[in-house]
Design a protein around this ligand. Structure first.
Ligand code: SF4
Length: 142
């Protein structure tokens, strides 16, 4: 596949299993990949990286990556770094929550209306970052 055909930005959320902010991060990722920027982005399962999957590692090394972490532990960003990738931007759900403390997530399994709103605010930030990455690429490609 040529670079032109496969020049997507990878959006990788942390696994955050059992954590409400992890669920918000995954929801935000789906909003970006499926609704907001489906042509420009795709995702990759973080656990493939932690399991050492060679194809996943190669994709992370050869594509721009935006990581979404639930909390300051930064698991997605750290995992990408550990396999030689580089996230061009890292978002933390907790930071967006601090800006909107009124948006309380209902539970891990059911984000509720406020949780989905929080995810959408974050998803818009990520989508805007995707635009910045693509714009820089176009300038570099001439
Ligand atoms: S970044 Fe935080 S929420 Fe996400 S997997 Fe790591 S510890 Fe869990």
């Amino acid at each position: 596949m040529s670079r032109k055909e496969d020049n997507k930005v990878l959006i990788i959320p942390c696994s955050g299993i059992g954590k409400a902010f992890g669920s918000v991060g995954r929801e935000a990722m789906y909003m970006v990949v499926e609704e907001l920027r489906p042509e420009e982005t795709e995702t990759l399962c973080l656990s493939l990286l932690t399991l050492g999957d060679e194809e996943a590692k190669e994709r992370v090394r050869s594509h721009p990556v935006i990581t979404i972490d639930g909390c300051p532990k930064g698991c997605a960003e750290e995992n990408v770094k550990s396999v030689g990738g580089r996230s061009v931007a890292n978002f933390r759900v907790v930071d967006t929550y601090r800006e909107h403390p009124e948006l309380k997530v209902r539970s891990v399994l059911h984000l509720g209306e406020a949780g989905r709103k929080l995810a959408r605010i974050l998803a818009k930030k990520v989508a805007s970052q995707v635009d910045t990455v693509k714009m820089k690429e176009e300038m570099t490609d001439g």
